[in-house]
Structure formats: C-alpha cells, structure tokens
Design a protein around this ligand. Structure first.
Ligand code: B12
Length: 154
C-alpha cells in the first residue's frame, strides 16, 4: 500500500555560472548538501543564465547555491543575480555564492560587498568551512513541502 506523505526536505538548486566548466566543486557541494538533509537539483557545468532562471521557475527551490572556481564567478555571478532578482520567483529567494570567484587568490573579500549589493544574500570565501554553508541553510526559514510522495509499506 502506498500512503502519501509530505517531503519536509529543503530543496536546493545548485549551479555554476555560464563560463565555468569545473564539475568536482559541484559534486562536492551536492554530496555535502544531501548529507545535511537537503534535496539537491544540480544543474551541472556551464549553465546559461536563462537555464538557472527557468529552473527556479519550474522547480521552486527553497534556496539557490552558486559555485564557481574558474575566476569568472564574480562577473558572471553579478550578472545572473541581477537578472534573477528581477523575476517574481527569484525576488525573495535566498541565493548564495562561493568558490574561487576571481583571480586574486584566496578569499572573496574583495568581491563580497559588490556581490551582496548586486543581490546575493551571502558570499562564502573559498576557504570557508563547508559547515558554514550548511549552517547558513539550516538557519533559513523552514522549507515548504513541495509535493506528495509515496512511502511504500506504510
Ligand atoms: C581539475 C581542474 C580543471 C579541469 C576541470 C575538470 C572537471 N570536470 O571539473 C579542467 C582541465 C577542465 C580545468 C579547466 C580550467 N581551469 Co581549472 N582547475 C582544476 C583544478 C586542478 C582542480 C579543481 C577541482 O576539481 N577541485 C576539487 C573540488 C572539489 O574543489 P574546488 O573546485 O576547489 O571547490 C572547493 C572550494 O572552492 C569550495 N567551493 C566551491 N564552490 C563553492 C560554493 C560555496 C557556496 C561554498 C561555501 C564553497 C565552495 O568548496 C569546494 C570543496 O572544498 C584547479 C586547481 C586546484 N588545485 O584547485 C584548477 C583551477 C580551478 N582552474 C583554473 C583555471 C584558470 C582553469 C581554466 C580557465 C584554464 C584555461 N586557461 O583553460 C579552465 C576553465 C575552463 C572553464 N570554462 O571554466 C584556476 C582558477 C583560477 C582562479 N579562480 O583564480 C585553478 C584554481 C588553477 C590555478 N591555480 O590557476 N580545470
């Protein structure tokens, strides 16, 4: 017998930016987020801005995590967050970014203020503890149940 049950997990959309072909950062973050109780939709590498915006509209995530390590994350991230904040679904959505966002070495301090001014809720430095991200997500208001799922045998 299949009994419908609500799924309480937070749904996180994970993406990189359009220029970035690195993937292991995304694999790492997907596992980290899943192991801390999040459902993850991983869009993979080189994601065009419109694909991120479409995914937010269709999947209705509770939060968006953007990772970039190729050094263009600052420029690409700033562009995509401005577009995202103009959409009805993205206006109030928690969105964070991290990785190696520029080419000036460790730390994203030099980019943080501008990325926050452009619309990000949080900017994580490359050397930030993974727990800083999971703690930040746990602090966000509770996730809304997204759909009914069947739980076999209950
Ligand atoms: C493997 C690799 C590649 C492979 C990628 C293969 C693949 N399928 O992923 C290939 C060969 C394709 C590649 C290409 C390029 N690469 Co490359 N690459 C690397 C390398 C050696 C390892 C990256 C990796 O997989 N790390 C393992 C993952 C798990 O760790 P990570 O990526 O560091 O991510 C961690 C953190 O950044 C952090 N993090 C990341 N995102 C986020 C997000 C949040 C929210 C948080 C909290 C944390 C966080 O957590 C992760 C886990 O600790 C690094 C150098 C290095 N040793 O790091 C260079 C490196 C990332 N590459 C670099 C560059 C420049 C390039 C190229 C531009 C080179 C070129 N001229 O063509 C291209 C980029 C192409 C593109 N369009 O993006 C530079 C980036 C420089 C910068 N940002 O200052 C690096 C740092 C090398 C260097 N020292 O110059 N690369």
């Amino acid at each position: 017998m299949i009994t419908p049950a609500r799924r309480p997990q937070r749904r996180v959309l994970l993406s990189t930016v359009s220029s970035d072909s690195h993937t292991w950062n995304l694999v790492f973050l997907q596992l980290l987020l899943q192991e801390s109780g999040n459902e993850v939709i991983n869009l993979g590498s080189c994601v065009p801005d419109d694909v991120i915006l479409d995914a937010i509209r269709v999947e209705r995530p509770d939060a968006v995590v953007i990772s970039s390590v190729n050094g263009h994350g600052f420029l690409d991230g700033r562009r995509v967050i401005k577009k995202l904040r103009k959409t009805p679904e993205g206006a109030g959505l928690p969105v964070m970014i991290g990785g190696k966002l520029g080419i000036l070495g460790d730390g994203n301090d030099q980019y943080s203020d501008e990325l926050v001014a452009a619309g990000f809720d949080a900017v994580f430095s490359d050397s930030a503890s993974p727990q800083a991200l999971t703690d930040y997500l746990h602090e966000l208001p509770g996730a809304q149940p997204h759909e009914l799922v069947g739980v076999p045998g209950t």
